[in-house]
Design a protein around this ligand. Structure first.
Ligand code: SAM
Length: 274
């Protein structure tokens, strides 16, 4: 009856644990995000366990039937196209419902692009937040970057090669020229590249050659420098009262955010406090 959540390689097929292979060989059914994609991994390891498609478009519809089969005694494994299921991948609905139904949900840990990137980025790893994919639309993306610009921990997210340059430019416009950022690309694959630098340097790298924008990316943003934060706060303390004598809280917060680089919502909360 267990439902195994099995991590698979993020590029290099050798990155799979003995236990993961054992589980994939012995379960009754493998639920795979894309059966054609996972066939390559299974054939590489001579695994002939039946596979069934289980992806974001059918997860909700299929969950109840899968849980019934598990309760009837079948053993199943969930895999995604790469890395750890549920990390920006399907599986959350199934796992939460399976647990509510009393199914034993068992992890078979292994690769994940975010953790692999973190381990080699050279950016502080003591505290971090993972934000999945940023929005594809520029206005929403900028808002999302503004929301993470002032957090006190490393921010990690995934980005598609289609938007990597636009995303880097938006990061620069919100975070400025000094913030240290890491682009970890094509991890464990032939063109693996890990660059940790300021945004102007990273943008130059992306623009230097079209191939530099190809592949899969993880982006890590270093936490805001405490000194910068203190400087920003000091600046805010000085300008907010002046702005508030000339305009309402909302407009003052908007301007203060532009001048200090501090999040607009935070500036607004300070404006209405004073
Ligand atoms: N479940 C996966 C995990 O545990 O990392 C993530 C799946 S998510 C749909 C796919 C995204 O992960 C890609 O668009 C890319 O941002 C990142 N990614 C996956 N493999 C990668 C790799 N080898 N190098 C860099 N980023 C990778």
């Amino acid at each position: 009856m267990p439902l195994y959540i099995v991590a698979t390689p993020i590029g290099n097929l050798d990155d799979i644990t003995f236990r993961a292979l054992d589980i994939l060989k012995t379960v009754d059914v493998i639920l795979a995000e894309d059966t054609r994609h996972s066939k390559r991994l299974l054939s590489h390891y001579d695994i002939s366990t039946p596979m069934r498609a289980f992806h974001e478009h059918n997860e909700t519809k299929k969950t109840a039937a899968v849980i019934n089969e598990l309760l009837d005694g079948k053993n199943m494994a969930l895999i995604s196209d790469a890395g750890t299921p549920l990390i920006s991948d399907p599986g959350y609905v199934l796992v939460s419902e399976a647990k509510k139904s009393g199914v034993d949900v068992v992890p078979a840990p292994g690769p994940s692009a975010m953790i692999s990137a973190m381990s080699v980025s050279g950016i502080a790893s003591d505290r971090f937040g993972f934000f999945g994919f940023l929005p594809a639309k520029q206005s929403a993306r900028i808002k999302a970057i503004q929301a993470i610009a002032h957090i006190d921990q490393t921010a990690i997210f995934y980005e598609s090669p289609k938007r990597i340059l636009a995303c880097a430019q938006d990061l620069k416009s919100v975070l400025g020229d000094e913030r240290v950022v890491c682009f970890a690309k094509e991890l464990t694959k032939a063109f693996e590249t890990i660059k940790t630098d300021t945004l102007p340097v990273l943008i130059d790298y992306l623009q230097a050659d079209d191939t530099h924008q190809k592949g899969e990316f993880v982006i890590l943003i270093s936490a805001i420098d405490k000194n910068n934060k203190v400087l920003g706060e000091e600046q805010l303390d000085k300008i907010l009262p002046i702005l508030l004598t000339e305009m309402g809280a909302s407009k003052a917060a908007k301007l203060a955010a532009k001048i200090t680089g501090i999040d607009k919502k935070y500036c607004y909360s300070r404006a209405i406090e004073s």
